[in-house]
Each structure stands twice: as structure tokens, then as C-alpha cells.
Design a protein around this ligand. Structure first.
Ligand SMILES: [Zn+2]
Length: 546
């Protein structure tokens, strides 16, 4: 027994042990065993990847199980169109702006593949044991017959993805002639033995995803089309026949895709369905996506990628984490809403480039940074709970500014200024959903009568609370945010600060760079303190106190 065969043999034993409890699975190790397993020639030979996707999707539809678990907000729009595309056995393209879960959906297609798929062991392009397309495997099967070794692939190994860029070559995507291989094996240059396979052949019998398709050079698109259409391609002038079995899916920015001349017409014709993705339609959907994707539970160092209860933010968990290990923060619902509304406001803002959009990664990165700022404060002051405040959102600007592609007008003002404006807009809208029509005169009056309070994001909750309770009429309004005197100091401070920030966003009270809240700017005051006010208003025009 050779070393190779021995490995195969033990490999077989290990597999059998691993899957002992799954009687329906048959992990044949040779072609002969495979023929006697459920993976018969009859079943496998003509069943192409798109048939497999379709069959498994049909099973899901019959069972009523979710098609794309974890994809929020697409149930009535994107998902039915993808289902139709798969049922139609189409290659399809997702058209959408950045951060619309396009790559994630494409990756999720692997859930529609069989749990295991047999191929000829050692084949770079995962040849079908009953109808190999590469010469090595054809010769191997001819020589070994039923003793031909078989290996197995899981769905994850059957998914290949490539971000298209203008410098992607035919060699990357389809393959190259390898002169060293030719010299070593004594083969002709054009012999199939000398081909070094690119990504697409390596995705044979699986799913190949090309992101940002329009960035692919025209001649590469031609090569891709030839493979899809005829299974023939030329590599360095040598015709190579590669009748691949691949489900090819794409993603693209809609404007790039529809721009004239970006995609060669025959390739466009071969893409069966064009499916438009979109940003979350409602703030609630946005919050659900952000909660799912962001690293919120700091006791779990895995990062997220596991669904979080959507209500976590609202009423919050009462669990207390030890600061050394990290904690589960209590994120007030209004903080989540403000963060989400920043993205909504940005998507509507003419200072921001519509073509690139505002990714869902903006609120995701922002909330992570917001939590971290609150975590930092809690650690410094040895506080029990991590409760983000609105000031933590301003402290999270580094996670926001880079996510905005600015138009000329926005660039003139600067990303920092534009982001602050967006936060202020988001605060004002959120404030209205909780406190619309609530009489705040008493609070505003306190400031008008000369009251001032500094609310630094670094200040501990106890210290800040002592100042806040001096403001007449403020603390009793916290009930509107479901916060009461029995709640923790951290929660009360966060809620009270939100109200003051809301009043500031509505220009009822003022706030300066040092985060000192005070009376709003009133013309009469300019006369009283001319020097100071001139400085402030100059500053205000340029940077804004938002
Ligand atoms: Zn092969």
C-alpha cells in the first residue's frame, strides 16, 4: 500500500466515524463505491449546479423555511426576485449601492447547494466523477476505472468570489499556459496539461461571484462570455475547451452597469435577471440590520455575525458585565435611532454623492465606536453599566466621516462639519418621535435665566447627574423615554442629555464646543456681550455648534 493510498484509507475511516450518525450520507472513496451509493451516475451526470440550486430551493419553499436567514428588509422585494432567478436557472446580477448586503446574499446562495458533493480526488477543477472534463481525470478514469479515488466538497468550498478591477487578466480569471509545467512534463505548450487554471475553472461545479462587474476590462468580459456561451476560450491564442458547470452571479453599482459601453452587450444578454437591492426602507429595519452586524456584546470576542434580539436596544438587558472582560452595553433605543437616522439623513443629503450611496456600514461602525466611547467612560469612572449617550455619537465621528463620499459643496464644508450637521438632523428627528408636543418651556427658561451646564462625554454619570437635577422640569420628562428615578444613574444621564441635545438641535438652547449647554443665541444678547458674541457667531457660521 503506497503512502498516498494509506492516507486515503485512513481518511476514509475518519470520515466514516465523523458521519457515523448520518446513515443517508455515503462517503464513497472510489468511483466504484460511488456508483453503488445514492450518488449514482444517473443522478449526477446531468444534474448541473443550477439544477441543484433549483432543487434545493424548491425544498425550502415547500418546507416554508427562510430562504436567506439574516437578510433583513428584502422579504418582499429582493428575495422573491432572486427566488425567481434561481427557479429560472438564470445567471443573475444584483444592482445596488455599496453596503446593501449584495456580497452577503451571493455568499448565502451556498445554503442552496448539497451538503456534500463528490469529485475526482486531486482534480483542480473538481471534475464530475462520471463525466470529467479535464484530461488528467479522463485519463485517470480510463486507467483506474472504478478504483478512481473520490473526494468530497462542502458548499463553502464550492463558492469562489472575485472583486473585479481593471487589472484582472484572463490568466487570473480563466487560466494561463504554464511553460514550466510544459517543460517538466514534456508536453506541448497547448496541451491541457500545461494549463494553470484561473478562478472560474476552479469554481467548476460551484458558484462563481464577480463583484463590481463593470470594472472588468472589455476583453475579459469577452472571455467570460465565451466560457458561459460555448465553453471555449483562448489562452494566449491557444483554444482551450472548458465546458464548465458554474452558476455565475454578479454584483454592480447600477449607474456603472447601465452606463453605455461598460458591459459588452453579449455578456449582458447572458445575464438572465437584473435584481435591484436597496437600503433599509424604515429606521426600524436599519436598526435590526445594524444590531445584527455590529459588535455590540463585548463579552463575546468573536465579533458578531450572530443575530441579536432586535429588542436588546429598547428595554435592554439587565445583565451586568465585568469591565475587564467587556460587557453587554445597554443601548438606549433613542441612541440607536439617532445613529440609524444619520445614515438616512446622509442618503437624502445633496452634499453627499448619490452615486456611491451611504453604506449600512456607517451605522454599524458608528454604533461600535459609540459603545467603545461609553465603555471607556465606564472604565475610567468604574461605572457598573455601559450606557451610550448622544455625546458618544459625536465622539464616534472617526467612524462616520470616512463613510461619506462628499459632493463639491460637502467638500467645501468638510466631512467633519457635514457629519455634525447630519447628527444634529438625526437628533432633531428622533427627539420629535419621543417628545413631540411636550412642553419644554421650563427647561428652556432655566437656560434663558442664565443656567449653564457642561456635559462632557468623559464625565462620570454621578457627577453629571448632580448637575442635571438642578435643571427645573428636566428629569420629570425622562418618563417619555421610559426612564425613571429608579433607573441607574447612567441611564438617567443619557436620557437627560438626549433631551438637551434635542432642544439644541431644535435651536431652543445653545451649546458651545466645550459642550456647555446654555441659553440659545438671541439678538438681544449680542448687544449685552458684543465681543464674546461676535467670536461665537463667527465660529458658529464656520463650524456650527452642532
Ligand atoms: Zn479533472
Amino acid at each position: 500500500m503506497t503512502a498516498e493510498k494509506l492516507t486515503l484509507f485512513f481518511g476514509g475511516i475518519i470520515r466514516i466515524r465523523l458521519f457515523w450518525g448520518v446513515p443517508t450520507m455515503s462517503f464513497s472513496r472510489t468511483l466504484g463505491e460511488l456508483r453503488r451509493s445514492p450518488f449514482t451516475a444517473e443522478r449526477l451526470v446531468s444534474r448541473r449546479v443550477k439544477d441543484e440550486l433549483r432543487e434545493n430551493l424548491i425544498l425550502r419553499l415547500r418546507e416554508g423555511s427562510p430562504i436567506f436567514p439574516g437578510i433583513v428588509g428584502y422579504d418582499d422585494t429582493v428575495v422573491p426576485q432572486i427566488v425567481n432567478a434561481i427557479l429560472s436557472r438564470h445567471n443573475f446580477i444584483l444592482l445596488g449601492l455599496r453596503g446593501q448586503a449584495k456580497s452577503r446574499i451571493l455568499r448565502a446562495l451556498t445554503a442552496m447547494l448539497d451538503p456534500e458533493m463528490p469529485f475526482i480526488a486531486g482534480c483542480e477543477i473538481h471534475d464530475n466523477p462520471y463525466s470529467p472534463i479535464c484530461r488528467r481525470c479522463r485519463e485517470l478514469v480510463a486507467k483506474e476505472g472504478d478504483a478512481t479515488p473520490i473526494a468530497w466538497l462542502t458548499p463553502d468550498h464550492r463558492y469562489v468570489e472575485k472583486l473585479a478591477t481593471p487589472d484582472v487578466t484572463i490568466a487570473d480569471l480563466i487560466g494561463d499556459i504554464d511553460p514550466i509545467k510544459a517543460a517538466r512534463g514534456g508536453h506541448e505548450l497547448s496541451s491541457e496539461f500545461t494549463v494553470h487554471y484561473g478562478l472560474l475553472p476552479r469554481a467548476n461545479r460551484g458558484i462563481f461571484a464577480i463583484n463590481e462587474l463593470p470594472d472588468l476590462a472589455g476583453k475579459i468580459q469577452v472571455g467570460l462570455f465565451n466560457i458561459m456561451q460555448e465553453g471555449d476560450v483562448q489562452i494566449k491564442g491557444y483554444p482551450i475547451r472548458l465546458p464548465l458547470d458554474v452558476a455565475i452571479v454578479f454584483s454592480a453599482n447600477p449607474e456603472d452597469y447601465t452606463a453605455r459601453g461598460k458591459i459588452i452587450t453579449p455578456l449582458k444578454d447572458r445575464i438572465g435577471s437584473e435584481i435591484r437591492t436597496h437600503y433599509p426602507a424604515t429606521v426600524e429595519e436599519g436598526i435590526a440590520i445594524t444590531a445584527q452586524e455590529a459588535w455590540i456584546d463585548r463579552r463575546n470576542d468573536r465579533g458578531n455575525h450572530h443575530p441579536i434580539d432586535r429588542n436588546t436596544g429598547g428595554e435592554g438587558s439587565r445583565e451586568e458585565g465585568s469591565p475587564e472582560k467587556g460587557s453587554l452595553p445597554h443601548i438606549p433605543k433613542y441612541v440607536q435611532e439617532v445613529i440609524e437616522r444619520i445614515a438616512f439623513a446622509a442618503r437624502d443629503d445633496k452634499k453627499i454623492d448619490k452615486r456611491s450611496g451611504v453604506s449600512q456600514r456607517l451605522p454599524i461602525s458608528a454604533i461600535e465606536n459609540v459603545i467603545s466611547n461609553a465603555e471607556r467612560r465606564a472604565l475610567t469612572h468604574r461605572e457598573k453599566f455601559v450606557v451610550p449617550r448622544i455625546s458618544d455619537i459625536y465622539a464616534a465621528l472617526p467612524a462616520i466621516t470616512g463613510k461619506l463620499e462628499l459632493e463639491y459643496e460637502g467638500e467645501m464644508k468638510g466631512a467633519d462639519h457635514v457629519s455634525r450637521e447630519l447628527i444634529r438632523t438625526a437628533i432633531a428627528k428622533t427627539f420629535d418621535t419621543y417628545l413631540h408636543g411636550v412642553n419644554m418651556n421650563q427647561v428652556v427658561q432655566w437656560f434663558d435665566l442664565g443656567g449653564e451646564i457642561q456635559l462632557s462625554d468623559n464625565a462620570g454619570a454621578q457627577e453629571v447627574l448632580e448637575g442635571l437635577i438642578q435643571i427645573q422640569g428636566l428629569m420629570e420628562k425622562l418618563g417619555k423615554l421610559n426612564v425613571g428615578p429608579k433607573d441607574g444613574t447612567e441611564k438617567q444621564v443619557s436620557a437627560a442629555e438626549f433631551i438637551l441635545e434635542g432642544l439644541h438641535a431644535h435651536k431652543k438652547i445653545g451649546r458651545n464646543e466645550e459642550r456647555v449647554f446654555r441659553a440659545g443665541e438671541k439678538p438681544v444678547k449680542i448687544a449685552e456681550k458684543p465681543v464674546f458674541e461676535r467670536d461665537e457667531s463667527d465660529f458658529g457660521r464656520k463650524r456650527g455648534f452642532n
